[in-house]
Ligand binder design. Structure first.
Ligand code: G1P
Length: 282
């Protein structure tokens, strides 16, 4: 097989309400919740950039303007701190704004993750792309999870989902996959179910919020009827792609994931990052 074109675009579905963090998320996007001093979505963008992507496509909704403002220059702030020691706080975000391009489209109705991804078609076009769910924060200092997945994509050229083992009584929170191992930690998916009860789960291998998708997924999503919770599920579309399309791989990524969509996981991430990752800029 010829070497595939590099994956340059990363989609961030970010239209959800973040109800678990109310009242904070009443007027503030959950993607802007900080882990120590950096908003969740910035960690996702940095992971995408490390994997070689420079086009960030963000699916927003009402009340999400802070995300677009974050990835833009704040001239008043720049003017205020120009020449002072405080400029160093902006080093990372300035680099992001310099090196990546951001585009936005709104999901008008919340009809599921599959629907959110389809809303992004206009920003993605006809190329393979990555998807990051920013509330799954992945810590993998040697090589980011998306970068690990891009390497696999270059070898297999099909859709890939990141997976991890979860306790059997937590399968109802995730898409769950099963399949045959093609190399250590890499599974060719034969079945997948969105949020099954433990007794219906085909395994304890849960999908976490990192995907590489080939663009034929858009047509498949269009034909996918609403599933769990009456929402169009990416898991259902991926099952069709696994069976009738180019196949789908599940990848046991190297690293640690924090479920920052839950208060518990979010607190854990803050404490872990404060102790182990955060470097005070002094
Ligand atoms: C979504 C997906 C699910 C996946 C999860 C990972 O669910 O539908 O398949 O396992 O993300 O975080 P959500 O958490 O948005 O309900």
């Amino acid at each position: 097989m010829s070497k595939p074109a590099a994956i340059k675009k990363c989609l961030f579905p970010a239209a959800g309400y973040g109800t678990r963090f109310l009242p904070t998320t009443k007027s503030m996007p959950k993607e802007m919740l900080p882990v120590v001093n950096k908003p969740l979505i910035q960690y996702g963008v940095e992971e995408a950039m490390e994997a070689g992507m420079d086009k960030m496509a963000i699916i927003t909704g009402r009340g999400k303007r802070a995300i677009a403002d974050h990835f833009d220059t704040n001239y008043e702030l720049e003017h205020q701190i120009s020449g002072s020691g405080k400029e160093k706080y902006l080093t990372d975000i300035r680099r992001i704004i310099d090196e990546a391009v951001f585009s936005y489209t709104r999901q008008i109705e919340m009809k599921g993750l599959g629907h959110a991804i389809l809303t992004g078609e206009t920003l993605i076009g006809d190329q393979p792309f990555a998807v990051v769910l920013a509330d799954d924060l992945c810590y993998s200092p040697a090589q980011g999870v998306l970068s690990q997945m891009v390497e696999l994509y270059n070898k297999y050229q099909c859709s890939i989902v990141a997976i991890e083992e979860v306790p059997a009584d937590e399968t109802h929170k995730y898409g769950v996959i099963v399949g045959e191992e093609v190399e250590p930690g890499l599974i060719k998916i034969t079945d997948m179910v969105e949020k099954p009860a433990p007794e219906d789960a085909p395994s304890n291998l849960a999908i976490i919020g990192r995907y590489i998708l080939t663009p034929d997924i858009f047509d498949i999503i269009r034909k996918t009827p609403p599933g769990r919770n009456n929402e169009v599920q990416i898991t259902d579309a991926l099952l069709t792609q696994a069976k009738e399309g180019g196949g789908v791989l599940g990848y046991k990524f190297k690293g640690q994931r924090f479920d920052c969509g839950s208060v518990e996981g979010f607190m854990e991430a803050n404490s872990y990052y404060y102790k182990n990752v955060y470097e005070a800029v002094e």
